[in-house]
Design a protein around this ligand. Structure first.
Ligand code: PGD
Length: 768
């Protein structure tokens, strides 16, 4: 008899019906108007050859013990029974803690993990390290928005004030007249939302706005950054030059008397100082449309017309995550905010400034008005942290001082690294450098359900269950439904829940009770749900018991009003409802940032030269954006992801003119080269990519093969060639979106992609 189970993921709620062979029929949630195609990645995922079936330990770690090595990522793995591996790992954690202290353990463990509220792997690993070890070196910020996280509190307030409770899709559909989408609003990005998403409304909202007469402008090097439904004008801008375009638009507003001087006077500080830079009084360079045209590739007349059109309309300046994931990524955010302030629509329905609208599915909707079930992570006894994307620097340079957001910090000396629920060999840049830096560790531990490249570089790989193999509750903080996530299948092989793994380790370290508080997984889920239930009861809303909730499958949660929140209140009363900035106003000049004295992020928005620009050996911009066929690297081996590859390799999109200049034809295997490394991909030719650019999305599992003394990723992971450098001393964020490369036809032998099959374990005797 077939059974159907409700479940949820970062890319949508669904139900799953397993057949006898373990394949799943996946049906999207009935109320989702535009379900994500990547739900189908689940179809053949349960018993795939990529799964980790049992605990595996790197042979050299077993034979030689913990310590620095060049063998990580090259060595074989030995299958070790659970009891033995947990004994060994508990002893190693204890050794590192006793000899070096918990500040020698890096547990940042960045990553998206799964959508369940209890089995959320980062929460689990952080709670474990806090309760069992006394703490760990953490990371701050995200790969998504580190520059935004650092700069917004200085200039406009909390990140959530501009990215979450702000202009909504409802307002765009009803009120916005002009959307300036810097970095576009690609539906492949809003298909996902942390914690889950029940209704994908972006396509419908853009269609409704367009039908009402709203105009969308897609300001991006890729035409596909905006859906057809928006009917957008495509301004094909040179990568990384949005700040110059914004400055030139502001120059037009200023010199033609189109700026909202009233709003600037009452709601901002520092405009006069900025205006001297804009006009060139400060540096001798007027930021005119003629100045910006050769930088941006957009004709001066088009820039001037756009500024004039924006001054006339209810305009929304929207800046994508991607803009700030490149060198000086703080600047387009600050310039975009300043442009919106000059237009004077901030705080009006559908107008003003939004960060990341359409960049993820949980933006553009009011937040949930009750607390969600959340696993407490305990107290971290270690105060040391790193900005999230500085992980290779940290491993390479222990004891070295560096700048971050007005502070002088020192990299810790890490001996043991623990990762659960993330894939650093997906999310980090310059992967060969990362692989070498990992060689300095004594021990690297990874939990995952799949044998990712991070797992391949680990010493100890522990098989976690995947979301479909356990009970949980799923909810996102701007989604109106809480979903019951039913267990669809038994764990693969010997896989255990992250919770059970950590409980076993904590027990061995004498900290079992501190970690579990005497609860099993089912009792924890009930305990965490009580918080949400109590808040619903207090509001007089339906508050079913856990058993009743499971019968119903989902629960409607109350949302906050769609009222524009902090920015709307500030517009109405700038003195009475100040922003969370030092002055309480929008800071066009920030005395705080100015006092940091950073040459790469001075006191107001500026156009800065970049260290990475096209040049003879790397003449093309590589746009390494988010993939359309999976979330990051998750389920790269799933049906939708695999179907978009060609001959098993990731597709690199090029303009036909660039391809012709290099003798590259449709479907050719190409090699993408930078000073950092090389990867292979299959070429696809399209005029949707601006000339001078190549687009290779992230997420193909890194599959390095030694060819001619170099490690070449034969699968097409762009982070094999991207630059690992912080956005600036202020944000120190990931700059993986843009790097410079050359692309050529690959004339050598074409190695097969093997990374989707887990390594076969060897026995110790056979290996010797
Ligand atoms: P994911 O592929 O989502 O990538 O980086 P992130 O590390 O989040 O990794 C999640 C991992 O968790 C997967 O390996 C999955 O199998 C595992 N997992 C899922 N569920 C469980 C579980 O229950 N238990 C355990 N133990 N593991 C589980 C994403 C990061 O990449 C982000 S957010 C961004 S925005 C960045 N974007 C770019 C970019 O634009 N350009 C470049 N070049 N690089 C980027 N990297 C960044």
């Amino acid at each position: 008899m077939t059974r159907t189970f409700t479940h949820s993921s970062h890319w949508g709620a669904f139900s799953a019906t397993p057949d006898e062979a373990g394949r799943l029929a996946i049906t999207p949630h009935a109320a989702d108007p535009d379900p994500s195609p990547i739900l189908q990645n689940f179809t053949d995922t349960l018993a795939h050859s990529a799964r980790v079936a049992r605990p595996m330990v790197r042979r050299g770690w077993l034979t030689d013990g913990p310590g620095p090595t060049t063998s990580r990522g090259r060595d074989e793995f030995v299958a070790v029974p659970w009891d033995e591996v947990l004994d060994r790992l508990a002893a190693e954690l204890t050794r590192v803690r006793d000899d070096f202290g918990p500040e020698a353990v890096f547990g940042g463990s960045y990553g998206w993990s799964s959508a369940g509220r209890f089995h959320h792997a980062q929460s689990q690993v952080h709670r474990f390290l806090n309760t069992a070890l006394g703490g760990y070196v953490r990371s701050v910020g995200t790969y998504s928005s580190a520059a935004a996280y650092a700069i917004f509190p200085h200039i406009v307030g909390r990140l959530t004030d501009v990215s979450r409770h702000n202009v909504t899709w409802e307002q765009v559909a009803n009120d916005t007249e002009l959307v300036l989408a810097f970095g576009g609003m690609a539906l492949k990005n809003s298909t996902i939302a942390q914690g889950g998403i029940s209704a994908h409304v972006e396509r419908g909202s853009m269609a409704k706005a367009r039908a009402r007469g709203a105009r969308f402008v897609n300001i991006a090097p890729l035409k596909s950054d905006m859906p057809e439904e928006a009917g957008a004008d495509w301004l094909a801008i040179q990568p990384g030059t949005d700040t110059a375009l914004m400055l030139a638009m502001m120059h037009v507003l200023y010199t033609e008397g189109l700026a909202d001087t009233g709003f600037l006077a009452t709601h901002t500080v520092g405009f006069d100082r900025f205006a001297r830079y804009l006009t060139g009084e400060a540096d001798g360079v007027a930021k005119t449309p003629e100045w910006a045209a050769p930088i941006t590739g957009i004709p001066a007349a088009t820039i001037a017309d756009l500024a004039r059109a924006a001054a006339k309309a209810r305009t929304l300046v929207a800046t994508a995550h991607a803009l700030q994931r490149s060198e000086h990524g703080e600047q387009p955010l600050w310039a975009g905010l300043t442009l919106a302030a000059m237009l004077g629509d901030i705080g009006l329905p559908g107008g003003g400034f939004h960060y990341s609208l359409g960049a993820m599915g949980h933006t553009g909707r009011p937040p949930v008005a009750v607390p969600l079930p959340t696993l407490p992570q305990g107290e971290n006894g270690v105060s040391t942290y790193i900005p999230v994307a500085r992980v290779t620097d940290m491993l390479e340079k222990p004891g070295t001082a560096y700048d971050y957001n007005g502070k002088r910090l020192t990299y810790p000396d890490i001996k043991l690294m623990y990762w659960a629920g993330g894939n650093p060999f997906h999310h980090h840049q310059d992967l060969d450098r990362l692989a070498k830096a990992l060689g300095k560790l004594d021990t690297f531990v990874v939990h995952d359900y799949a044998f990712t490249s991070a797992a391949r570089h680990a010493d100890i790989v522990l098989p976690a269950t995947m979301t479909l193999e356990r009970e949980d509750l799923g909810a996102g903080n701007t989604d109106r439904l809480l979903h019951v996530m039913r267990k669809v299948a038994e764990p693969h092989g010997e896989a255990r829940d992250d919770y059970a793994i950590f409980a076993g380790l904590a027990e061995r370290m004498g900290r079992g009770e501190a970690f579990t508080e005497g609860r099993d997984a089912e009792e924890w889920i009930a305990h965490l749900y009580e918080r949400t239930r109590a808040a619903l009861t207090a509001k007089g809303l339906p508050a079913p018991t856990l058993a009743e909730l499971r019968d119903a499958g989902e629960l409607e949660l109350p949302l906050m009003p769609d009222d524009g929140a902090a920015l709307a209140r500030f517009r109405a009363d700038p003195e009475g409802a100040p922003l969370a900035t030092p002055s309480g106003k929008i800071e066009i000049f920030s005395a705080t940032i100015d006092a940091m004295g950073y040459d790469d992020c001075p006191g107001h928005p500026v156009w800065l030269d970049r260290s990475e620009v096209p040049r003879a050996d790397a003449p093309l911009w590589l746009i390494a954006n988010q993939p359309a066929t999976r979330l990051h690297s998750q389920l790269d081996y799933g049906a939708t992801s695999r179907a978009a590859k060609r001959d098993g390799r990731e597709v690199a999109r090029l303009n036909p003119a660039d391809a012709a200049a290099r003798g590259i034809g449709e479907g050719d295997v190409v090699v993408v080269t930078s000073p950092r490394g090389q990867c292979l991909a299959t070429a696809a030719l399209t005029t949707d990519v601006l000339e001078g650019c190549v687009n290779l999305s992230t997420g193909a599992w890194y599959d390095p093969v030694e060819i001619g003394g170099a490690r070449v990723c034969v699968h097409g992971n762009p982070n094999a060639v991207t630059l690992d450098r912080g956005t600036s001393k202020l944000g120190q964020g990931c700059t993986g979106q843009l790097s410079c490369v050359e692309v050529a036809r690959w004339t050598g032998q074409v190695p097969g992609v093997t990374v989707h099959s887990a390594p076969e374990p060897v026995t110790l005797e056979a290996a010797e």
